[in-house]
Design a protein around this ligand. Structure first.
Ligand SMILES: O=P(O)(O)OC[C@H]1O[C@H](OP(=O)(O)OP(=O)(O)O)[C@H](O)[C@@H]1O
Length: 278
């Protein structure tokens, strides 16, 4: 059965072309008419989900999930298998930095493939804070004209990063472009050609290569205008982000932020309290 938006859109397009050829709507096979309606509905639905994902990520509280290196390895293996099974044989893999560096390297390993390069796109600053729009920080450093390209990233959230990456690559006249991510959120307005896992219920995913950075950002958001001790900060992590953190891990991050001059600590009744540096 037809179950993905892209297949439905394809059928809907066929229906649209029929109508351009002068075949009236009522003469169209029922499946095309249903698909046109469903495609309009699902496209609107996807837009709403994408806006919701943007709003959630801008809120003070949302669900997060910590992903381990073992899980990254498992997902990369699945992703490589899917790419292999499709028969697509790239000439060059482009990892999107920074999140796509490790998946790009692992997938190229599982494909026994050597030609891996990268470009850097920035869409978020620290801890789920979204910039106005995604931007290319470092372009692809090699010639890609006439080559079959495979772009690899860790995740699609709004989909803006991959939209930008594909537009950019297409402008350089490759032979073809495919995209692959470990985890594809259905809230994304871009559907990659390959993904290891589909994420249906939106959550902010914290990969092991960004764990420190994300937790530091969330800690600063929690502290904001408050003066809190370690146990209060841990409780807030649980309450706002559904994250269970160990004291030792958080303490290391808080000490680092203090050393960088972003936080300050004071002692009160044998309690160490943390606040933003004024
Ligand atoms: O679909 P989107 O909403 O664009 O989000 C996905 C992108 O966001 C993250 O990168 P980020 O901008 O955080 O840069 P980083 O990889 O350097 O952390 C992630 O690694 C993806 O590239």
């Amino acid at each position: 059965m037809i179950n993905s938006l892209d297949k439905i859109i394809k059928l809907a397009r066929k229906g649209f072309y029929f109508s351009l050829l002068g075949i009236r709507q009522f003469a169209l096979p029922a499946v095309y008419k249903t698909c046109i309606k469903k495609a309009i509905y699902l496209t609107q639905e996807r837009k709403i989900q994408s806006q919701q994902s943007r709003c959630r990520a801008e809120k003070d509280s949302f669900r997060c999930e910590l992903i381990s290196f073992n899980e990254v390895l498992r997902l990369s293996r699945i992703l490589a298998r899917k790419i292999k099974a499709s028969g697509y044989m790239p000439d060059l893999i482009v990892a999107i930095g920074r999140g796509g560096y490790v998946p790009g390297r692992l997938v190229s390993d599982f494909l026994l493939f050597n030609d891996l390069t990268s470009m850097k796109i920035e869409h978020y600053s620290r801890a789920a804070d979204m910039r106005e729009e995604a931007r290319i920080k470092f372009p692809i450093p090699v010639e890609i004209t006439g080559k079959k390209i495979l772009i690899i990233d860790d995740v699609t959230d709004t989909g803006e990063t991959l939209n930008l990456a594909v537009d950019y690559v297409l402008n350089l006249n490759p032979a073809s472009v495919r995209t692959a991510v470990l985890q594809h959120k259905i809230s994304s307005n871009f559907t990659p050609d390959f993904y290891a896992q589909k994420i249906i219920k939106w959550r902010w995913i914290i990969y092991p290569w960004a764990r420190y950075e994300d937790l530091a950002g969330f800690a600063e958001k929690i502290i904001q205008n408050w003066t809190l001790d370690l146990s209060q900060i841990i409780a807030e992590f649980k309450h706002r982000y559904e994250l269970d953190l160990k004291e030792t891990e958080l303490l290391e991050i808080l000490d680092d932020l203090a050393e960088r001059g972003e936080l300050e600590s004071t002692e009160l009744d044998n309690r160490k309290l943390w606040s933003l540096k004024q």
